[in-house]
Structures are given as C-alpha cells and as structure tokens.
Design a protein around this ligand. Structure first.
Ligand SMILES: Cc1ncc(COP(=O)(O)O)c(C=O)c1O
Length: 388
C-alpha cells in the first residue's frame, strides 16, 4: 500500500462489518465505541492472509522465530529499543497473556496495583485470577502539562508498594486517558519496584500509535532495574487493527526473567492463531508506511474532535490525547446523570463507551473512538449538539 491509500469506507460499507463495533448496536445508532479502526487493512497483512488462505495454510501455530526478529527490528527502528528476539513469546491476545502472567506471579488473594480510570478488562483479568485489586487512582490535575489533565499519585503508589503489592499492572500508553508515560515516570516505577520486590507488567498495546510530541518509551528499554522487574505485553493488533486475528506477544529482557516465564502455560503459544502470528510478522516487518499514514489521519482526527467540540458543544471538556484514537470526554457540565453514555445512545443515537466501566472516576465521561472518517466524527458530534 502506497502512502496515500488509506481510504476509509463509507458508513453503509462499514455497516456490513461483522465485528462487535458494527454489530453491537441497532442500525440507527452511530457506533464509536470499541477500540478498533475503520481503516482498510495494510497491504502486506492482506497479502500474507490471502496467500495463506489460497494455499490452505491454516493449521496450528508452531515454531515462529520471525515473531521475535520482526518485533525486535520494529522496536529498534521505532524506539531504539534493543531486545533479544529469543525472549519474545506468542500469546493468544493481550488479555490471555496478562491472565497467564498473573497466574505465574500471584496466588489468589495477592495484591495487584493499577490506577483507575483504566481499560475495563484490567478488572476482568484481576477478577479472573482472584487477586486483590489495589486501585491508586490518577489525580485530576488541571495544571498538568502532559495534555491529559491527569497525574500519577506517587505517594499512593509507593504506599501501596510498601503494603505488599506483588504485581503492578501498567497501561502505557494509557487507555482511556491517552497519556504516555515519560522516561522519568518509568524510571521511578522501575526503581520503586526493585526496592519493594514488585513485578511490573506493562501493557504496551497502544505504543505503535503514539504521536510525536510525547515519545513512547518502552518500559524494558530503560536499562538498570526495569529488565529485572518488568515484562511487556503487546501486539500488532491495535496498531494495525487486526484484533480478530488473535495474536499478542510477551517480552522479557533478562535471562532470569526469561527463565521464570518458562512457567507460563505452554498451551498459550498454540492458542494464538497461525493467521494472526504471520499477520503480526508482516505488520512489524513491512507495516510502517501504513502505520505512519494511519497516524497522520488520527492526528488530524484528534484535532477535528477538538474543533467540533469547541464550535458545537463547548461545554464538553476534552484534552487532546498523546496516543491512539480514543478521546476521553468529560460531560459533567451537561448534567446527563449517572451514565451519560446511555443517555447519548438513547437521545442522540450515537454510541460511545460509558466512562463508568473504567472506574468510579470515569462516571461523568465517555470514550469516543475517532479512528473513522471525518464525516462520521462530524455526524456524531452534530447528533449530540442537536439534542442538547
Ligand atoms: C490497554 C489495552 N490492553 C489490551 C487490549 C485488548 O487486547 P487483546 O484484544 O489483545 O486482549 C486493549 C483493547 O482495547 C487495550 O486498550
């Protein structure tokens, strides 16, 4: 695919899609929830999938050294992160990877730290493994300079570490806040984790979609303490929009951690999909031109959302995110009650994710997915403006 070929399908074409985003709501509701993009798939991924279907190469996933080498190449070019390809493992998806990692490092009742508001499946994963959830919420900080208006509660994090937290689940870059951790933030977490014997599982699935102004820093690239305490879980599924293909990766950075991860259920590898794994290799090896073009569109869209809000519904508060395609909208000035997302589906026929699923602090928010056409984004904001 050349650099100018992301042509976003029309609404009627998108309505034929079978994914959750397009099947989850009645036809008259414009759907902008669920983190998937309405962009056509990158050509190198399309080619490998077509080739595998044509040759009926659809069996189980076996050895795939290409996963490690392709990700190592991408990570080096993109973030100057040098990693050992042999330390990259396949997993079914990020969710399965985190659950299996929690099974390795915790037993039921152990304390696991996270900071809300947070991607809702963090709660699912912790519930599934019966750990005790320790929430140290982000602080709403109007003076924050990172664009999101939210900051870390460092004293809360340190107090939780001291209280016997076993694992810290990190979301970097952050869904739904659109926040990208700084080098200093991550060094501080690694240092504290080392001091208190905490394992850091860093979910970096949104990393390929980071915008330029706040560069993404891979946790394991920090040197010093991070390789000793950290594990990264990531995938090509968000960056290249192939979540339905089911493949993620788990990365470690020290021999000791790599050996510890031999305790992971071996079936996790075979439960990833062959199509997903080779699509992932194609994404990391040949998918950067597409990714760069997608980022140009997403960059325009994040500003379009800002412009539409300030001209049509200025009472909505929105800080432009530093990554990905999720706008975290504060609707508290609209007085739409306990669940503004439900009210907007009902009255405006536009669906976002309701903020309460990300935690108590999210109650007056909705999350809007702007990885779609400017026409659909404009229509969504217009629908809201019309009913308010
Ligand atoms: C932070 C984060 N982690 C994980 C996932 C889901 O990953 P997977 O489908 O590989 O489980 C998402 C999906 O939106 C996400 O935002």
């Amino acid at each position: 695919m050349s650099e100018s070929q992301i042509v976003i399908p029309s609404l009627s074409e998108l309505q034929t899609h079978r994914s959750e985003k397009w099947r989850g709501f009645p036809h008259d509701v414009l759907p902008l929830p669920v983190a998937e993009m309405d962009f056509p798939v990158a050509e190198p991924i399309r080619e490998v999938l077509i080739e595998m279907v044509k040759t009926s190469d659809l069996g189980y996933l076996g050895s795939i050294p290409e996963l490690g080498t392709s990700f190592a190449g991408f990570a080096k070019r993109r973030w100057n992160w040098t990693l050992e390809p042999a330390f990259v493992r396949a997993a079914t998806d990020v969710g399965v990877a985190v659950v299996e990692l929690l099974r390795v490092f915790t037993k039921p009742g152990d304390r696991v730290l996270f900071s809300s508001p947070i991607y809702q499946n963090f709660y699912t994963w912790m519930r599934e493994t019966n750990v005790e959830m320790v929430d140290v919420p982000y602080l709403i900080d109007p003076a924050s300079t990172d664009g999101t208006g939210w900051s870390h509660d460092w004293s809360g994090i340190e107090a939780a570490y001291k209280s016997g937290v076993v694992v810290h689940l990190l979301c970097n870059p952050h869904n739904p806040l659109g926040k990208v951790y700084t080098h200093e933030d991550l060094l501080r977490i690694a240092e504290l984790a080392k001091k208190h014997g905490v394992i850091v599982i860093s979910d970096e699935i949104h990393a390929p979609l980071t915008f330029e102004e706040q560069p993404f820093v891979p946790f394991l690239s920090l040197g010093e303490n991070a390789p000793e305490v950290g594990i990264t879980v990531t995938a090509a599924s968000k960056g290249w929009n192939i979540a339905g293909l089911k493949c993620a990766i788990i990365v470690s950075q020290s021999q000791k951690m790599h050996e510890k991860l031999n305790e992971l259920a071996p079936a996790m590898h075979y439960r990833a999909s062959l199509l997903g794994a080779f699509a992932t290799v194609a994404a990391f090896e040949k998918g950067e031109p597409w990714l760069d073009q997608a980022l140009v569109i997403l960059d325009q869209n994040r500003h379009l959302v800002a412009n539409l809000i300030s001209s049509r519904v200025p009472s909505i508060k929105y800080s432009i995110p530093h990554c990905s395609y999720l706008a975290w909208l504060d609707l508290s000035n609209l007085n739409l009650g306990e669940d503004p997302g439900a009210v907007l589906i009902d009255r405006a026929k536009v669906a976002f994710n309701s903020g309460h699923i990300y935690g108590e602090l999210g109650k007056s928010y909705v999350r809007l997915n702007f990885a779609t056409s400017p026409a659909i984004i404009t229509e969504a904001i217009e629908r809201i403006a019309r009913v308010l």
